[in-house]
Design a protein around this ligand. Structure first.
Ligand SMILES: [Zn+2]
Length: 407
């Protein structure tokens, strides 16, 4: 019994027909017409194989395949189908279609399983409509209340709750996720980086999802005439920012495991003939080790302080978010690794620099992630590409791992 690559390819094509921006990547924002089109296609496929589909809290989807022991904790597989604006065909979709193929094969081949198998679709993973990542899994986990959902707005001012109602998704089960009801979860996903491709490997096994610290920094100098102010009498906020950005790169490279990025810079007033008086910028620092993450962040803070002192600039720094690294299950990683070995597939243990719904579910139960290569490491862009052969390999490893975990 093996995954059918043609069928998986067709799923990818069908889902990606639902796209707001044809010709310019894939745009499928939560609860929109495109989102519902893709969801209905998947629900149609699930109906053919007798799934018990439930709309869960917050509009998350759970399709249950009952096991021999009705009350046994479930084995969960799945991912998300929302995309970023003008993103690619594979982010979230790889996990969705491989999981769909697995439940099909288990159904068609009448594979007996003790535990129920739950195929899930988490809502608003990428945060592109409501500006909050992992929103669906957070709602399901009880970290966001239904009352909060009436206050979370998209750019047009439509609340999450109203958008969900308008889409026709009415939750039938408002229950929260409970650790003792989920035995394990596996989420396949594209790597969104270059590691697997550079090593010529098809499969990565995630051990830890990196912690993230995001900061907002405002630097204040003095705006003045670009012609009349001598160089030695300036307090140029942008020159200070430039020094800080290079320091972020230098400090971020120190440990080898961390990454540090300045992704946004706003120069005020931003005119050709005016010395920049103010700069706003963001910092994004990640590491798999919480202590290292904090050490790097502290070291960057110190360098900001000293740069601003030397250049007589004022600054204000605000922590926007801080998520600790999430350790995934050693047990599930071993299951995936052993399964791959039996199938003759080489794997690599790795760190995920990006967050996933798995980070939230890992608080409740044993979670594993299977990574497949992203061509040239590209993701969240129209060029995002993963070879169907790698997706097929992931589906086969997922299949045998799920059978093993649910028997
Ligand atoms: Zn994703």
């Amino acid at each position: 019994m093996k995954a059918d690559a043609k069928r998986i390819e067709r799923d990818i094509e069908e889902i990606n027909k639902f796209n707001l921006t044809p010709g310019s990547g894939i745009t499928r924002l939560t609860f929109t017409k495109e989102y519902m089109g893709a969801l209905n296609y998947i629900l149609g496929e699930l109906e053919k194989i007798g799934a018990e589909v439930q709309i869960m809290r917050g509009g998350n989807i759970r399709a249950r395949f009952q096991g021999l022991e009705k009350n046994a904790p479930s084995v969960m597989i799945g991912s998300h189908i929302d995309s970023v604006f003008q993103g690619g065909m594979y982010d979230g979709i790889v996990g969705t279609v491989t999981s769909l193929e697995v439940v099909r094969l288990i159904y068609e081949n009448k594979i007996p399983h003790k535990n129920p198998i739950d195929f899930v679709i988490f809502v608003e993973e990428d945060g592109s409509r409501f500006s909050t990542v992992l929103l669906g899994s957070r709602i399901w986990a009880g970290k966001v209340s239904n009352e909060d959902l009436s206050k979370i707005l998209d750019k047009e001012g439509t609340s999450y709750l109203d958008a969900m109602k308008k889409s026709g998704l009415i939750p039938k089960d408002e229950g929260l996720l409970e650790g003792n009801k989920i035995k394990a979860m596996i989420e396949p996903h594209i790597e969104q980086s270059l590691v697997l491709e550079s090593k010529g490997l098809s499969i990565g096994i995630v051990e830890v999802i990196a912690g993230i610290k995001q900061l907002e920094l405002t630097i204040e100098g003095v705006s003045n005439h670009a012609g009349a102010t001598p160089m030695n009498l300036r307090n140029d906020a942008l020159c200070g920012a430039a020094e800080i950005i290079l320091n972020v790169e230098r400090i971020g490279s120190k440990k080898g495991t961390s990454v540090a990025t300045v992704g946004f810079v706003e120069v005020i007033p931003g005119k050709t003939n005016i010395i920049p008086g103010k700069v706003k910028m963001t910092l994004d620092i990640r590491d798999k080790d919480d202590a290292v993450l904090n050490e790097i962040a502290d070291s960057i803070m110190e360098s900001i302080e000293s740069t601003c002192k030397n250049r007589q600039l004022k600054f204000n720094i605000k922590q926007v978010s801080y998520t600790k690294p999430v350790l995934l299950s050693k047990k599930i990683a071993k299951t995936i690794e052993d399964t791959a070995k039996k199938q003759g597939i080489k794997t690599l243990r790795m760190v995920s620099g990006a967050v996933h719904d798995s980070s939230i579910i890992a608080e409740f139960t044993d979670v594993g992630m299977i990574f497949v290569p992203s061509k040239n490491g590209r993701s969240h862009c129209p060029e995002e590409y993963t070879d169907i052969k790698d997706i097929e390999i992931a589906a086969n490893i997922l299949l045998d791992s799920v059978i093993d975990l649910s028997k």
